[in-house]
Design a protein around this ligand. Structure first.
Ligand SMILES: NC(=O)c1ccc[n+]([C@@H]2O[C@H](COP(=O)([O-])OP(=O)(O)OC[C@H]3O[C@@H](n4cnc5c(N)ncnc54)[C@H](O)[C@@H]3O)[C@@H](O)[C@H]2O)c1
Length: 280
């Protein structure tokens, strides 16, 4: 997709962080926006801000883990603007826990938002994109944790590896059908957002209590908290994402320093070595 002006973009998790930066970038490119989030206060303020500056934008409270709410988002987009050209499945949550500390509720929460949030987006939008015959693009937000297995991030890693393979398979399925739908998978490392406080949306008794975690997990969690705080600005990720859509690039690797780790992991597999523990 080389032209964005007057095209329609749907972005999930758009009220904050990377999603908000993507929405502002879409507005700057002259797109019409359909924005979704569970944080209605922030979403409403963003819609007001965008509308005041002349962007056509609508918002809906959507929990992406609930298929019927994502279908309602698609209905809103098609009834408001008559089409969708860019879908960014961005909403996501993070959890610092190793596999044996991760509860069933934790798995349901992380997989529900990060993986099923994306599958719900594909089911709700791709059939209508195919039927329209128009040039479209889908971006799925994974993470570098979809290409490298971080310690103390069991559910997050699984969900993000899932998003990467889902996106690769989607690319093949659309290519085999000569569909005019491009696909990209966004794999950033640390970005300065509120992702480390993602459990702010969970009931109090399901939030992380560092004192309950073993020392290694608590230390890794703190290191990640700091890494996010010192991460790149979300606007940088939005620029890279729109650049990749324009160029039709599949893998969006926003932090060049992560390439060395990806190579090490691939070599570990090819040489049948033990997995290398990479620095955070
Ligand atoms: N920040 C990073 O370092 C980083 C790195 C790699 C990947 N990512 C990914 O980027 C994406 C955006 O995260 P962010 O860093 O901007 O975090 P963020 O917490 O700042 O923003 C996430 C947004 O998603 C919304 N959200 C949470 N659960 C939702 C749900 N069930 N339905 C709809 N919306 C929901 C939140 O309200 C929030 O507005 C996520 O998929 C995350 O995994 C972030």
């Amino acid at each position: 997709m080389r032209e964005f002006k007057n095209k329609v973009a749907v972005i999930t998790g758009a009220a904050d962080g990377i999603g908000k930066a993507l929405a502002l970038k879409g507005a700057k490119e002259g797109m019409k926006l359909v924005l979704a989030d569970i944080d209605t206060g922030k979403l409403d303020r963003l819609i007001e801000e965008l509308t005041a500056s002349g962007t056509e934008a609508v918002g809906l409270r959507v929990d992406v883990s609930r298929a019927e709410e994502v279908v309602a988002l698609a209905d809103l987009a098609y009834t408001t603007f008559g089409g969708v050209h860019l879908l960014i499945n961005n909403a996501g949550v993070a959890l610092a826990k190793n596999a044996w500390e991760t509860t069933h509720k934790d798995w349901e929460w992380v997989m529900g938002v990060n993986l099923y949030g994306v599958t719900n987006g594909l089911s709700a939008f791709i059939p209508q994109m195919l039927a329209s015959g128009e040039e479209c693009h889908v971006v799925n937000t994974a993470s570098i944790a979809g290409l490298l297995s971080e310690p103390s991030m069991a559910a997050y890693n699984v969900s993000k590896f899932g998003v990467v393979t889902l996106s690769e398979g989607l690319h093949h399925d659309l290519t085999l059908r000569q569909a005019k739908i491009g696909v990209s998978v966004l794999c950033p490392a640390w970005v300065k957002t509120r992702i480390a406080e993602a459990d702010r949306h969970r009931p109090a008794d399901e939030r992380i209590d560092l004192a309950q975690l073993d020392k290694v997990t608590a230390a890794t969690g703190m290191a990640m908290f700091k890494a996010v705080k010192n991460g790149v600005e979300p606007e940088e990720i939005a620029e890279a994402t729109f650049g990749a859509i324009r160029d039709g690039r599949f893998y969006i690797i926003t932090h060049p320093q992560t390439m060395a780790g990806i190579r090490i992991r691939m070599d570990d597999i090819l040489q049948k070595r033990q997995p290398t523990l990479l620095p955070i």
